[in-house]
Design a protein around this ligand. Structure first.
Ligand SMILES: Nc1ncnc2c1ncn2[C@@H]1O[C@H](COP(=O)(O)OP(=O)(O)OP(=O)(O)O)[C@@H](O)[C@H]1O
Ligand code: NI
Length: 316
């Protein structure tokens, strides 16, 4: 996808594979994606399709022995070619990620305020008092009431939703221009979930965001554009209203039918193994439209009209 003039996040032909003994797990296969500055992109798709791996690749958080190829540019800087020092500056300072299930990574014996202050100190040369004041400001920014007092609380004194807010505060500590939020509402009840989504909506207003979620309604609420991922590939991408009102890929249609608001009809069958991806279309065995050609032809992601992409032979 083009037309960004080096602004924002541009991903070209990104492939990520893991060696697992004799085998290779092809987790991400030739991803092309852009997120313009100030834009919020929702990344949706079933479990195991590669969403987290894509987010971690952007943050360069994957193990050094991971096989990565392609290009990731952020405002013109090549993430995959950045040196250790430069990456330290970018990570957290320009692009920050709220990791999936990261609440469990909070240190139980350090106060939440101190942990946020430490995240602040990673990015800015501040005195202890200044870092403390900034941590209190961040607690306030993520809507934790009485932040001065709550600074001194330990993670076990906080609810799951409040600790998720702490993780978001830590991600904001370096004032990044790009936020990656990976499933920040898993395990929370509906009311808490909705408040966290409202917070993400808030804190991402002046930033770009990649919002990874299984909650399609949340993605629709917050995001300008939606990318649908299936079995390591983007199969559809476009403006949120369009993807939700006129989904072009049979997989997207299936995902939408599986929403509680649309009848909760799951897509039958399972995604192919990433160890041995079959030729042809990766969705063919579950597709209502699959034909002979789908068995052999691997469709490309086509721009069918302006900023509307789909990977299906019916849109060739
Ligand atoms: N370090 C690793 N080594 C081997 N395989 C891995 C590794 N990390 C991820 N994978 C595999 O890559 C694939 C994509 O995983 P990923 O975590 O990105 O999925 P996901 O879309 O984020 O799923 P979920 O919605 O459940 O979070 C999975 O098959 C996973 O098992
Ligand atoms: Ni994930």
């Amino acid at each position: 996808m083009n037309g960004t003039n080096g602004e924002g996040l541009t991903i070209h032909g990104l492939k990520v594979s893991f060696r697992s003994g004799q085998e290779t797990v092809r987790a991400v296969n030739h991803i092309d994606l852009t997120v313009k500055n100030g834009e919020r992109l929702g990344l949706i798709g079933e479990t195991g399709c590669g969403k987290t791996v894509l987010g971690m690749a952007i943050m360069r958080l994957l193990e050094p022995d991971t096989l990565i190829s392609g290009e990731i540019l952020y405002n013109g800087t090549s993430i995959l070619e950045a040196g250790t020092e430069e990456m330290r500056r970018i990570r957290g300072g320009e692009i920050a990620m709220v990791l999936q299930n990261s609440v469990t990574s909070l240190n139980p014996v350090v106060t939440v305020g101190r942990q946020i202050a430490e995240a602040v100190e990673l990015h800015r040369d501040l005195s202890d008092d200044e870092a403390r004041a900034e941590a209190i400001r961040l607690l306030d920014e993520v809507d934790i009431p009485d932040p001065k007092r709550r600074f001194n609380c330990y993670p076990h004194e906080f609810s799951g939703g409040m600790n998720e807010r702490v993780m978001i505060a830590m991600a904001l500590a370096g004032n990044p221009s790009f936020l990656i939020a990976d499933e920040p509402t898993t395990g929370l009840d509906t009311t808490v979930k909705n408040r966290i989504i409202a917070l993400l909506d808030d804190v991402s207003r002046e930033r770009s965001m990649l919002f990874i979620t299984h909650d399609l309604a949340a993605a629709a609420r917050v995001c300008d554009r939606i990318a649908v991922m299936y079995c390591g590939e983007i199969v559809e991408c476009g403006a949120t209203e369009e993807v939700f009102s006129t989904p072009l890929h049979p997989y997207t249609r299936g995902l939408l039918r599986s929403m509680p608001q649309r009848g909760l009809h799951p897509i039958p069958g399972m995604s192919p193994s990433l160890l041995a991806v079959p030729p042809g279309c990766r969705f063919r065995d579950r597709c209502e439209l699959g034909n002979e050609r789908c068995m052999t032809d691997h469709p490309q992601l086509k721009e069918v009209r302006r900023d509307r992409y789909v990977r299906c032979i019916y849109h060739d």
